[in-house]
Design a protein around this ligand. Sequence first.
Ligand code: COS
Length: 394
Amino acid sequence: MARDDTQPNPGMDEESFQTFLEQLDRWVRERLIPAETKTIELNRVPDDIRQEMIDMGLFGITTPEAYGGAGMKTSQYIETMKRISYAAPAYRSLLSINVGMVTTALVKGGTEEQRRTWLPRLVEGTIAAFALTEPGSGSDSAGLQTTAVRDGDDYVLNGTKRYITNAPFADMVIVMARTSKENLPKNGHVSAFLVPTDAPGVTIGKPDEKMGQSGAQIADVILEDARIPAANLLGGVEGRGFMVAMQSLDNGRLSIAACSTAYAQRALDSGLKYATERKAFGEPISGFQLIQAMLADSKAEIYASECMIKDATAKADTGARVSMEAACAKMFASEMCGRVVDRVVQIYGGAGYLKEYEAERFFRDARLYRIYEGTTQIQQLVIAKQMLREAGAL
Ligand code: COS
């Protein structure tokens, strides 16, 4: 059945969704959190957990029902990612590219044949990556240098994509490449391609070693005369890659806002517990007002993030474009998470600096939230641009 792409997913019915969330919360606490140590040791999500994710249908939460998914609306999808993100970031990371950027790109930008080919596979746990960033272009995403040149019934791709999440596990990568040497208006020189990782000329680099977020892997995707059929041009039209990337990033940014908020809550729960157990001057440190101030500031900021996410996702559910709201929520929540994990290290005191305790891991893991899917500075640009447009100054 063909689908009307102008309509957002209708969403799961509320009762089933609440039941799903209860099961999910239990699974996060009983399975994901106890598996964190193993995930960090292995530096990947253990196979049994990955299989449980597939069995629970988590890889298909945003996929329309017509392609075998749950067809969640944005508010439901983001709430789901938030619940999962109470555990170590590696779990969300394995899921998030599939259900966020790649599914969005295929649903909004793919041809019917491309959707039929890829969406059901992604629901079954085939991993896909999204390759926009390059060694020479991160924030300036339209400045990318990877080229795609038409040659008969194929395109030939050359270039290197950098920091590509899940590349070491991926069967397919959506690659953004330039189909015109010159920069075109509205970044029309950028096109998106569905590149199977076993295509000739495609190599995945060695996973990068990172500061935190162990278990989530990133690597280069290297394209050397990589030859793919012209039918793998996303949407069958050149020049739509940048728009697809930006639409996908709106979802990705809401997802980072949600996971920053959940991880801040995780750290705060840990800090609160430590404060009630640790004694100084003959009483638990939670009795001291300066400790209470750190707890209270953190709680208020988490609540503010939750409200922003609820508002932005409710707007997205109506089908409205929420680039500005997503940027506000991503910026505020990721910066907020940075402040909360810092306070939690402070509450732990000397123990906060030791690997033996979890506060230092929260601190290292959270740092990335302010960088990927657009740095805080990029979010500021997106927000200001909309403000200037509304003021008629652009
Ligand atoms: N939805 C739909 N269309 C969009 C869009 C969106 N969210 N964002 C952009 N577009 C389309 C529009 O057609 C837009 O033109 P108009 O707004 O005039 O209609 C066109 O693309 C060009 O967009 P824009 O003018 O915003 O492009 P810029 O070159 O100015 O983009 C920034 C600048 C910095 C905002 C962009 O390059 C960016 O977000 N960079 C960061 C990338 C990033 O987050 N990377 C990290 C990880 S990638 S996995």
